[in-house]
Design a protein around this ligand. Structure first.
Ligand code: ADP
Ligand code: ADP
Length: 212
């Protein structure tokens, strides 16, 4: 795929990339190399100028607005550097949110949330507000929320970027375990330790192409 914004130089220049189910792909590269553009195209938040994006059988580049929102809700989990949690909702209510948007029956959603909070080691914080948690715990909540609707693909944008050493280590371990349990991951990161710990494959983007 190629992505051109207004400038003469494309942000992605004929990138050809396949990620198999079960892989954990780390995408490294300097600022401006096209990493965020890549995530946005995979998430259907923007379209390529040329080329196609297919995820789990869905032609993402062809989706209209409503279908694109539904695709993100059902097939994609996203986690970010700054967690993007809602501070006036408890941990449990944050995790339940995607299920509510998908109109999952309440009992099914509660059971799934409970299972995830246990799996991620944060069940004791279910009734806590995110502001009272450490950075690593907040990222665990964000991961639980991202996995709520069982997405085949989890996208992460600098998931350890805002964390201190101990919390960063915690999240590296968590993502590694998730992938070991079969979750497909695409991680955009500057954190070489994360790529080394977690990735089954690492690529480096430079000027919108795979340089390494
Ligand atoms: P990275 O995430 O690796 O820092 P980006 O994908 O954000 O790289 O940016 C790649 C290139 O595309 C940069 O030159 C950037 O300035 C440009 N770019 C990114 N988003 C936009 C946008 N919305 N409009 C115009 N140019 C953009
Ligand atoms: P077990 O104790 O049987 O080995 P796990 O501890 O691996 O099971 O998982 C506990 C629960 O967490 C499972 O019932 C499963 O549904 C859920 N789970 C496990 N792996 C994932 C994953 N990658 N994404 C979302 N949920 C998961």
């Amino acid at each position: 795929m190629t992505k051109r914004y207004d400038g003469a130089t494309p942000a992605l220049a004929g990138l050809d990339l396949r990620v198999r189910a079960g892989e954990a792909l780390a995408v490294l590269g300097p600022s401006g190399s096209g990493k965020s553009t890549l995530l946005n195209l995979v998430a259907g938040l923007d379209r390529p100028s040329q080329g196609t994006v297919t995820v789990d059988g869905v032609r993402v580049d062809r989706l209209g607005e409503a279908a694109s929102a539904r695709y993100r809700r059902e097939r994609i989990g996203m986690i970010f550097q700054f967690f993007n949690l809602l501070d006036d909702l408890t941990v449990l209510d944050n995790v339940l949110l995607p299920a509510q948007l998908a109109r999952t029956p309440r009992a099914t959603a509660r059971a799934r949330a409970d299972e995830l909070l246990g799996y991620l080691g944060i069940r004791k914080h279910a009734e806590t507000y995110p502001g009272r948690l450490s950075g690593g715990e907040r990222q665990r909540v964000a991961v639980a929320r991202a996995l709520m609707n069982r997405p085949p693909l989890l996208l992460a944008d600098e998931p350890t970027g805002a964390l201190d050493t101990a919390s960063g280590q915690d999240v590296r371990r968590l993502l590694t375990e998730l992938n070991r349990d079969g979750q497909t991951l695409v991680l955009v990161t500057h954190d070489l330790a994360l790529a080394e710990a977690c990735a089954t494959r690492t690529i480096e983007l430079v000027d919108g192409v795979v340089a390494r």
